[in-house]
Design a protein around this ligand. Structure first.
Ligand code: GDP
Ligand code: IMO
Ligand code: MG
Length: 429
């Protein structure tokens, strides 16, 4: 069997959680492969909203195992809170959740360092979620990290103390910030008890055996391709590989085992935090998208920056990920717009370009926009693709033809049920 992948093609918050929850009914295992509690994946089930940060979005499906892979960085306090919320809502978690032993732990001092480093950056700050993601991945690649499996080993306390000491030294190099370490540490230590209840596995063997046994596996991405540490809008990125390649290292999956790649994009574009955003709107259209789309961060509550969909960037993400199916979400947010737009090229240096430049931070690009007629109607009654109004279908057809990937799902609302699935024969490149 192959591992199918679902990931975001923009700067995160594309609606990945909702789509994973829907697709999960076709899989036996859903696995997160990177990122950590910087993610906020929203699911709306029977009118109730849940935001998952660490737990994979297959958790609402009874038959399914949810694996937190080795590529994830894990904060036990967030995980404990998530488990408690789900349990209160009647969702059985502990019999559906597995942890890879090799997933690295986020310590309270990782969060402290994240906050001190961001604060010191002043106006050039990344806009991090301050969940300790960067410092934890730094310790992983710097070979200082502590892994989930280590909590069961003797010597854990000494390793924790040594790493904390190192962090405190680093923190002392930054200007002072407010952080109640004692309180945070107490909570963190208490949550280790909850962590010890969760079964741990060698994720790479677990998945290998599952695939041999014919089980279907879906890898769930966090963040988006434009936040990828290598290919995103560096340095305004996260600290992991958010693209398909991250599935191989973040779960222990060989490249030839990758099957379908579902790429999720909003019908427009958002970004939370700092960094370039060529199609950002600072006018009433941007304000309209933010209001109609409830564009406020699921993790931090910050307002998301809004703009038109950017096709050169989407094409770049599709190329990096090997996307085989395009999922377009939040199309309903544009229902009331008389006209919508999409960037089809950039102008800079006096020329027209369709490739993404080396550094979008240094070059001010002028996006060339293509206009589409809006559909100015509600989509709630559209059950099939053919039910979608003609201008909406024209917009989607334009995306397919530009990007050379078939649109196989169109999401028309936050709920599970608001999804139009479509069988398409592969488009010719
Ligand atoms: P994720 O991080 O990619 O899982 O996305 P988030 O959950 O952070 O943000 C997506 C937001 O849009 C959430 O509030 C979802 O409930 C909501 N959402 C998802 N799909 C749709 C859709 O098709 N239409 C509308 N209106 N909202 C959606
Ligand atoms: P999901 O999975 C949107 C952004 C932050 C910041 C940058 C670095 O919900 O799509 P970090 O905390 O990783 O150091 O922040 O990345 N960011 C996200 N933006 N959705 C996310 O996750 C994000 N995770 C991180 O806002 O700009
Ligand atoms: Mg999100």
């Amino acid at each position: 069997m192959q591992v199918d992948v679902l990931l975001g093609l923009q700067w995160g918050d594309e609606g990945k959680g909702k789509i994973v929850d829907v697709l999960a009914s076709q899989y036996q295992i859903v696995a997160r492969f990177q990122g950590g509690p910087n993610a906020g994946h929203t699911l709306v089930i029977n009118g109730k909203k849940f935001v998952l940060h660490t737990i994979p979005s297959g958790i609402f499906r009874e038959h399914l195992i949810n694996l937190i892979g080795n590529g994830v960085v894990l904060d036990p306090t967030t995980l404990e809170k998530e488990i408690a919320q789900l349990t209160t809502a009647g969702v059985s978690v502990l019999d559906r959740l597995l942890l890879s032993r090799k997933a690295h732990l986020i310590l309270p001092t990782h969060r402290y360092l994240d906050a001190a480093s961001e604060s010191a950056k002043g106006s050039s700050k990344i806009g991090s979620t301050l969940k300790g993601i960067g410092p934890t991945y730094m310790d992983k690649t710097g070979r200082n990290g502590i892994r989930t499996g280590d909590i069961h080993l003797s010597g854990f306390d000494q390793r924790y103390a040594a790493l904390k000491k190192k962090h405190l030294h680093l923190i002392s190099l930054y200007p002072e910030i407010e952080f109640n370490l004692e309180e945070e540490e107490e909570r963190w230590m208490a949550s280790l008890d909850a962590l010890r209840q969760i079964p741990q596995v060698d994720g790479e063997y677990y998945l290998h055996d599952a695939l041999l046994a014919g089980k279907r596996v879906l890898a769930e991405g966090a963040q988006g391709s434009l936040l990828d540490i290598d290919f995103g809008t560096y340095p305004f990125v996260t600290s992991s590989n958010t693209i398909t390649a991250g599935v191989c290292t973040g779960l222990g999956i060989a490249p030839q085992r990758i099957g379908e790649v579902y790429g999720v994009t909003k019908a427009y574009c958002t970004r939370v935090g700092s960094g370039p955003f060529p199609t950002e709107l600072h006018d009433e259209s941007g304000e309209f998208l933010r209001k109609a789309g409830h564009e406020f961060g699921s993790t931090t509550g910050r307002p998301r920056r809004c703009g038109w969909v950017d096709l050169p960037l989407l094409k770049y993400s599709i190329m990096l990920n090997g996307v085989t199916q395009l999922v377009v979400t939040k199309i309903d947010v544009m229902n009331a717009m008389a006209e919508i737009q999409a960037a089809v090229a950039y102008r800079y240096d006096g020329k027209r370009h369709t490739n993404v430049p080396y550094d979008l931070n240094l070059i001010s690009v002028d996006p060339e926009l293509h206009s589409f007629a809006g559909w100015e109607q509600d989509l709630a009654d559209c059950q099939t693709y053919d039910d979608l109004p003609a201008p909406c279908q024209s917009f989607l057809r334009y995306l397919e033809e530009f990007l050379h990937v078939p649109v196989t799902m169109v999401s028309t609302g936050p709920e599970r049920e608001s999804l139009i699935e479509r069988k398409v024969t592969t488009l010719t490149a």
